[in-house]
Design a protein around this ligand. Structure first.
Ligand code: HEC
Ligand code: HEC
Length: 264
């Protein structure tokens, strides 16, 4: 019986029906939603909006090199992959892991944003780099492979994670497209204290933020009266830089890509 099922699966895959695994189980919409927010807070920074920004690991196509079924996928996420940046995540409950898997299995249909594929003007990357570390003041917040504030994303791989058009948007209208893993949250405790910081992680019961003083604070949702996403602190460069300067910066950002050798 088992053999037979496998054969049918293999034939179906061969015929290009790749969604058969997703149809094997059905996933509760609430699990997919929880999984989405866990993904956004914990995975998106490396794996990207479409799950394809780490070389050698495409999470967006519902086929995994190292895991066949859901339990193997759960085990993989919990224990990580030795010798890679994919570290163990012992903090996740079994329910969190199942929600992540539900999201990954449905990423194609309930994925994040469609990438912005508009063509935009690319200037000169080396002038862009000078601006970034000089008059543009970008490096006062951002590092590129190190440096920068822990509140702002390191941009070392941003050219692989966003399209040129979405990088331009990031510069001229930063509030428009904030990636979920980089959101800022304001929490208010029932005791009346208000704290704003970068949202690091949240699950059903708790939320962790990195405060403006770069301190890690963890709250139980039971102790909070409110928690809400607030606008990014990144200023717009629209009225500060010329169109040519913005095009130079976009060209520099497009060039920022980490290429990782796929594991054997
Ligand atoms: C610091 C970067 C980083 C983060 C954060 C991260 N991963 Fe990964 N992930 C990797 C790398 C690197 C690989 C291995 C790529 C390779 O060598 O094949 C990987 C591999 C995987 C694979 C195996 C893909 C396959 O085809 O077998 C899965 C599944 C996965 N990650 C899921 C997740 C999930 C879910 C999260 C969030 C809980 C997450 N990752 C967070 C870097 C990361
Ligand atoms: C006051 C600090 C600050 C300054 C100055 C700043 N940024 Fe940002 N930037 C942020 C923060 C915080 C985020 C994450 C939230 C968001 O997307 O706005 C961000 C996001 C970004 C992103 C998107 C990153 C991603 O992974 O999606 C890009 C690209 C970017 N900034 C480029 C720049 C450039 C270029 C400049 C200089 C013209 C600049 N930033 C100046 C704080 C800053």
């Amino acid at each position: 019986m088992r053999m037979h099922n496998r054969l049918v699966l293999a034939l179906a895959l061969g015929a290009g029906i790749t969604s058969i695994q997703a149809q094997e189980h059905s996933y509760a919409p609430s699990d997919i939603e929880n999984g989405r927010s866990l993904y956004q807070a914990n995975c998106l920074g490396c794996h990207g909006n479409n799950g394809d920004s780490v070389e050698g690991a495409n999470l967006g196509i519902n086929r995994f090199r190292r895991a066949g079924n859901d339990e193997e996928l759960i085990a993989l996420i919990r224990t990580g992959i030795a010798g890679t940046l994919m570290i163990a995540r012992p903090q996740f409950s079994y329910g969190d892991l199942r929600a992540l898997v539900a999201f990954l299995r449905n990423m194609q249909t309930s994925g994040i944003d469609a990438p912005d594929a508009r063509e935009v003007k690319l200037g000169d990357a080396s002038r862009g780099e000078e601006l970034f570390f000089g008059a543009g003041n970008c490096s006062s917040c951002h590092g590129v492979g190190g440096g920068g504030s822990r509140l702002s994303p390191d941009l070392a791989n941003v050219g692989a994670q966003r399209t040129p058009a979405s990088l331009e948007t990031a510069i001229i209208d930063p509030r428009k497209e904030v990636r979920e893993g980089q959101r800022f949250m304001q929490v208010t405790t029932k005791a009346g204290q208000t704290v704003t910081g970068k949202l690091l992680n949240q699950d059903t019961h708790s939320v962790q933020v990195l405060t403006e003083q770069e301190q890690l604070s963890s709250y139980l949702k039971d102790d909070l009266s409110a928690w809400t996403i607030v606008p990014t602190p990144m200023p717009s460069s629209l009225d500060v830089l010329s169109a040519d300067q913005i095009a130079d910066l976009v060209a520099y950002l497009v060039s920022l890509k980490i290429v990782q050798e796929p594991a054997k």
